[in-house]
Design a protein around this ligand. Structure first.
Ligand code: AQP
Length: 330
């Protein structure tokens, strides 16, 4: 293990949306040569919101296939299901005892998700960041590539690691967030002041499985403003700024080049070109590859099993050390 370690994951709460791809998956595949990477389908996290069991199972397999379709080589990266290695849940319990109620109550995701799921504000939703801290700390992770929305959770993971280390000595590596400069917060198409989310209204998001027609329709209906000038200004023109960011990231060009490209053009042209760039550069390659991978059940099962064993091999070393430190008989 001479290279630095990266850990990240996504929830199998339906098909991922464009923000998951541009903010996370796309960066993950760019990091696979330089780091030892673990990418997990975080199904334990997903049940903090009530799921239909058959749908969760299907979404979990699809997400793993999508990781590979988005460019993660399963021979170079450890891609697996979180529930296939019990070390995540074990360490989460221990870390729960080192995390304060006040810290968890401040988490904005908890506040947002509680507001959306008033009938089911369960304690898993509250302790979600502790499980995330366990996911990360279990592997001696150095870097965590995530979207901007996860920055606060990452800070908490760092605080818990430092707290534990202060009591027991150097057990955990204190992780750093890896947040891309552009694309880290793709906004909703219908409410551009909010982030795009896969559990929000269908028209607000580009689902990675949407057909080209649906993608073009959603971009055409994207909320902009009553002005006519294409300019990047997140405060005053959130809708237009979001479209420019999506264009730049989908084409792999800088934001400045995207802004220059649309100089003198109108909103209609912007929406059409953004839609075309997303379809051609993002959706089509991913969907073609996903269809091949997901059709091969044995291949996916083999990857899941082999990689969960690899994750457990790495995780057990740290977990055993933690258990010893807190005083368990090991
Ligand atoms: N809008 C976004 N822009 C950039 N990055 C984003 N991410 C999520 N939304 C955006 C990043 O995607 C990774 C996986 O996220 P997740 O599925 O674990 O959970 P999430 O952040 O809660 O994503 P959603 O789509 O909003 O899911 P639901 O609706 O189920 O809660 C993370 O790195 C995240 O930062």
């Amino acid at each position: 293990m001479d290279k630095k370690i990266i850990f990240s994951g996504a929830q199998p709460t339906g098909y991922p949306q464009l923000g998951n791809y541009l903010g996370a998956f796309k960066n993950w595949s760019n990091l696979q040569e330089e780091y030892n990477c673990l990418y997990c389908v975080v199904d334990l996290h997903a049940i903090t919101v009530r799921q239909v069991p058959a749908d969760l199972r299907k979404a979990s397999r699809n997400l793993l296939a999508l990781y590979i379709a988005c460019g993660l080589d399963p021979e170079k990266n450890i891609v697996y299901m979180q529930s296939h290695y019990s070390g995540h849940a074990e360490l989460a319990w221990i870390l729960n005892c080192f995390t304060y109620m006040g810290e968890l109550g401040r988490m904005t995701q908890f506040k947002d998700k509680s507001a959306k799921n008033e009938a089911n504000i369960n304690s898993g939703l509250f302790t979600y960041p502790v499980l995330m801290a366990a996911d990360i700390l279990l592997f001696g992770t150095h870097l965590v590539p995530v979207g901007e929305d996860q920055r606060q959770h990452l800070e908490l993971a760092r605080d818990v690691a430092i707290r534990f280390n202060n009591i027991y000595g150097d057990v955990f590596t204190v992780p750093e967030a890896y947040i891309a400069k552009s694309g880290a917060k793709i906004m909703s198409l219908t409410h551009p002041e909010q982030k795009m989310s896969k559990s929000d209204d269908d028209n607000s998001q580009i689902n990675l499985m949407d057909s080209p027609e649906v993608v073009m329709r959603k971009f055409k209906r994207a909320v902009t403003d009553s002005d006519t000038e294409i300019r990047y200004d997140k405060e005053k023109k959130p809708g237009i700024s979001n479209l420019l960011e999506i264009y730049a990231n989908s084409c792999g060009i800088s934001l400045d080049s995207a802004i220059a490209h649309f100089d003198g053009k109108n909103y209609g042209q912007l929406k059409t070109e953004v839609g075309e760039a997303v379809v051609e550069n993002v959706m089509q390659p991913i969907q073609t590859s996903f269809a091949d991978i997901s059709a091969n059940k044995d291949y996916l099962d083999g990857i899941m099993k082999k990689n969960a064993e690899k994750a457990a091999y790495i995780g057990e070393k740290i977990l055993k050390k933690v258990k010893k430190k807190v005083g368990f008989v090991v």
